[in-house]
Design a protein around this ligand. Structure first.
Ligand code: 5GP
Ligand code: ZN
Length: 114
């Protein structure tokens, strides 16, 4: 746990959030500034800075995060489609340096993203 990390603090319940899924390794909660009707962040409880910092030892955890993203989308009724995004590094728009998947859905999406 990195005490200065906002997502570690959310995972530890030191900072409130609207949790939509929790298990021993993963938490999913609603984004504070939603960019779509569904905008949920799926994070590992363990501090990993970004996808770039993932290792082979994290393979199982990273797979679980993807499956939780799918389960969140299903719970939110996004059978028509949704987007799962992770920003890696500031140039890609990563502002919180704790790995997270954005699950976005409920409005038309364009490609490529900005
Ligand atoms: P990034 O820009 O790093 O890909 O995404 C970080 C996301 O975290 C943003 O969409 C931002 O709105 C969200 N966020 C930042 N701080 C908080 C917070 O304290 N609580 C919640 N629920 N979301 C946050
Ligand atoms: Zn963290």
């Amino acid at each position: 746990m990195t005490t200065s990390c906002i997502f570690c603090r959310i995972a530890a319940k030191e900072v409130p959030s609207t949790v939509v899924h929790e298990d021993d390794e993963v938490v999913a909660f609603r984004d504070l500034d939603p960019q779509a009707p569904t905008h949920v962040l799926v994070i590992p409880k363990r501090h990993i800075v970004s996808l770039d910092h993932g290792t082979a030892e994290d393979a199982h955890l990273l797979g679980r995060l993807m499956l939780v993203a799918k389960e969140v989308a299903a719970k939110e009724g996004r059978a028509n489609g949704y987007r799962v995004v992770t920003n890696v590094g500031p140039a890609a728009g990563q502002t919180v340096l704790h790995f997270h998947l954005h699950v976005l859905g409920g409005r038309p999406m364009t490609w490529p993203p900005g």
